[in-house]
Each structure stands twice: as structure tokens, then as C-alpha cells.
Design a protein around this ligand. Structure first.
Ligand SMILES: Cc1ncc(COP(=O)(O)O)c(C=O)c1O
Length: 394
């Protein structure tokens, strides 16, 4: 796929719906964060992913700090998604087998291997979430079926199959593939493990969002620094809503919360622009950022983001490519971060806004200045190594 050249390259809207009394949803409590962390620590091969401080880059950009949580090494799966899928699968198993809360850990669940064999999880995915579901099913001894939208890369398909899942690329776009998976779940008595929510389907996506809390609790364990700005990229919005919820639940000052989307798949930005306070479908999707190529906001995420996000930003594909290149070839003392298209877009955005006079109004809206400590999440590594090599020109 060629990078799109949709104009403008970067655009932002201040959130007109922001609530005067911002607050975290009730599923984002200190106790929940702790329970999720204990569960993840019980998984085979669990380690915290690196927090990379790009000090030279921050100095060049005229900000105080640029901190990158690098998800390229998460369980060898190259993306953060497994944090959500694993917790939601464990909660689903807990419910089906009638386990206690204390049994939400890997060994206690694996002890029920006979019952687990008959459980099948199904999902729709651009790649990262599906690989996560397939990996979890493999670990727990369940089965996984994964449907992927048209245009998905063969490499991502094979990566999912490598975990023993049944996986296929459909003739449908992402949002249609989600519907198809939901129908297949009903027809075959499989468990739908989708990372988006809609009326009547909220429990699994809520658990997935809770699973993402571990990204930020690891961050807190890794540094005393507290961000002034947090940038989270959105597909259906579950990731960003989870990250924002964590910061809203913290007793520390709430950073500026910034949502980042591709110009060619901006379902939040477009919905805010429409202005009726409701989430709207963006039908035509046109972006290389496969993980963010979604047209329908998750309704659970929509409510959280609509009431709490400060600024909505859209970026052309070129911004993501710039981010990938900067992270792959950093200034001499900064560490390399391998980051895919969906992972690198916030870094490309920060760089462009701080260095290109054309975006001085965006910079003003984002309130980036010499005191800014910016936290971004490089949510994936080279999930398609061939594309990665082409784009960073290795
Ligand atoms: C690498 C990457 N980053 C970010 C996201 C966005 O997550 P969400 O769809 O929950 O907004 C995804 C989703 O698949 C992804 O794969």
C-alpha cells in the first residue's frame, strides 16, 4: 500500500464536549490496576517492556522530555495487544468455569486444561489483536479462529497461524469483519473476543481495556517522572480510553490527554467534527496504519474519550513514516526503537509540530513548550518486517 497524501498533513480540534468534572470510569480503580498487574506477572515469559527516554531528541525539539514506552518486545509478539486479550480471556474462562478471583492467574487457569480444550475464541483483527488472541489460546490450551479484513498482509496472517489458530483473510473491510465474526460466534457457540464494544457487547471489551492498564502501571514503576502530556493513538479507541482512564484515576495531576488518528481513518475526529456528541461511522478507510484503520468508535471508549480528551489530532501517513525513521535512526545517545506505522505516529507528530512552523497553531493548541514531558506509546514493532524495512529504508 502507498502512503496516502490526504491534506492537511496534521490538523487538530479542541474537544468541545470535555466535561468540567473529568473522572475515570468505575472500572479503572487502584484495585483493578493491581489485579490486572498480578495476572500479567503470572504469564509465562512476562517482563516489563522498556521505557525509552529520548533526551537528545527532546532537546532538539525544545521540550523537557520525550518518553517512549516500547511495545516491540511484548511477549515476543511485537505489540501491546496481548495485555488486553490475555486478561479478557482469563476473565471469560473464570466465568465459564466458575473460578474465584484468586484463580485469575496462569497456573490456576492452566490446571483446568481438560475443560479449556473445548473453548474456542473468535475475533476480527488487522493483525495485532488476532495474534494476541491466538497466542493466548495457545498458552491456555484453547482454540482460536481469526478473521482478517481484505488487504491484510500475508505476513500478519502467517504470524497468527504460527500459534495454531485458524486464520483467514476475508473480502470485507475491518468493521464488516467484526460483524462477520460476531455472527460466526453465535452460529458456532464460540466466544467472541472483540476489542470494540457496542450495545449489548461490553463485558469483553471492558476487560480488554482493563488489561491495557499494565502498560501505564509498568511506566509508573520505571520512572519518577510524571507526564504533562499523554498521546494515545486510536483505532476503535479502546487503547486510548484505557490509557486516559488510568491517568484520570490517578491522584496525581491529570496530563493533557491527546488522541491521535490517521487522517484516512479518523472516526473520533470526524464524529467530534459532526458535533452532535454521538459516534459516527467513517465508511471509507485509507491509511497505511493498519492497527488504526477502523471506522466505528467503540461505544465504551467513545464515552470516556468524549468527556475527557483535551485535543483530537489527525495525521497523514507521512507523519507515521517520519516517526518510524526517527525512532530507527535516533541522535547518537538516544536508543533505537523499532516501531511500526501504528506505533510511530505520535513521535512523528511531536517532531513535525515542534519543528515545522506551518503547525505552530497546532503546537499552541497542544501546549507543547520547554516544560513539556511527553509520554507516547510505540504500540507495535516491525509487525510486518518487509514493510518496515521499505519505510525506514534499511
Ligand atoms: C499497533 C496498534 N496501535 C494502536 C491500536 C489502537 O487500538 P484501539 O483499536 O483499541 O484504538 C492498535 C489496534 O489494533 C494497534 O494494533
Amino acid at each position: 500500500m502507498k502512503p496516502n497524501t490526504l491534506e492537511p498533513m496534521i490538523e487538530c480540534i479542541l474537544n468541545p464536549f470535555i466535561s468540567a468534572e473529568r473522572e475515570a470510569p468505575d472500572f479503572a480503580s487502584v484495585e483493578q490496576v493491581k489485579a490486572v498487574k498480578i495476572f500479567h506477572q503470572s504469564l509465562p515469559g512476562y517482563v516489563s517492556t522498556p521505557l525509552v527516554k529520548l533526551s537528545e531528541c527532546a532537546a532538539r525539539l525544545g521540550i523537557d522530555a520525550l518518553m517512549v514506552k516500547d511495545e516491540s518486545q511484548r511477549f515476543g509478539l511485537k505489540a501491546f495487544k496481548v495485555l488486553g486479550a490475555s486478561y479478557a480471556i482469563a476473565k471469560e474462562i473464570q466465568q465459564q468455569l466458575g473460578l474465584d478471583d484468586e484463580e485469575i492467574n496462569f497456573d490456576a487457569i492452566a490446571a483446568h486444561s481438560n475443560a479449556l480444550k473445548s473453548l474456542t475464541f473468535v475475533t476480527a483483527t488487522d493483525g495485532n489483536h488476532g495474534r494476541a488472541v491466538a497466542w493466548c489460546a495457545e498458552q491456555f490450551g484453547c482454540k482460536a479462529v481469526v478473521f482478517m479484513p481484505k488487504g491484510t498482509s500475508q505476513f500478519r496472517l502467517e504470524a497468527i497461524r504460527s500459534h495454531g489458530a485458524r486464520a483467514e483473510i476475508t473480502e470485507l473491510n475491518y468493521d464488516e469483519t467484526v460483524l462477520f465474526s460476531a455472527q460466526q460466534a453465535k452460529k458456532n457457540a464460540w466466544v467472541l473476543l472483540q476489542d470494540s464494544s457496542w450495545e449489548g457487547y461490553k463485558t469483553v471489551p471492558k476487560h480488554i481495556m482493563q488489561g491495557y492498564f499494565s502498560l501505564v502501571s509498568e511506566f509508573e514503576d520505571q520512572t519518577m517522572a510524571w507526564p504533562t502530556h499523554v498521546l494515545a493513538q486510536a483505532g476503535v479507541g479502546s487503547f486510548a480510553a484505557s490509557i486516559f482512564s488510568y491517568f484520570l484515576a490517578s491522584p496525581k495531576p491529570t496530563p493533557k490527554l491527546i488522541l491521535v488518528e490517521p487522517t484516512g481513518a479518523a472516526c473520533y475526529f470526524n464524529s467530534i467534527h459532526i458535533g452532535d456528541g454521538k459516534p459516527h461511522l467513517t465508511k471509507e478507510l485509507n491509511t497505511m496504519m493498519a492497527g488504526l484503520s477502523c471506522g466505528q468508535p467503540s461505544i465504551l471508549a467513545w464515552d470516556i474519550i468524549k468527556s475527557n480528551c483535551d485535543v483530537f489530532v489527525v495525521c497523514q501517513d507521512q507523519v507515521a513514516i517520519k516517526g518510524m525513521q526517527l525512532l530507527a535512526n535516533p541522535a547518537s545517545n538516544d536508543a533505537v526503537v523499532i516501531s511500526g506505522e501504528s506505533g510511530a505516529v505520535p513521535v512523528g507528530l511531536v517532531d513535525e509540530v515542534c519543528t515545522n512552523q506551518k503547525y505552530s497553531l497546532v503546537k499552541e493548541s497542544l501546549k507543547f513548550d520547554s516544560g513539556s514531558k511527553i509520554l507516547v506509546f510505540s504500540t507495535e514493532g516491525d509487525t510486518d518486517p518487509k514493510v518496515y524495512k521499505q519505510l525506514v529504508k534499511l
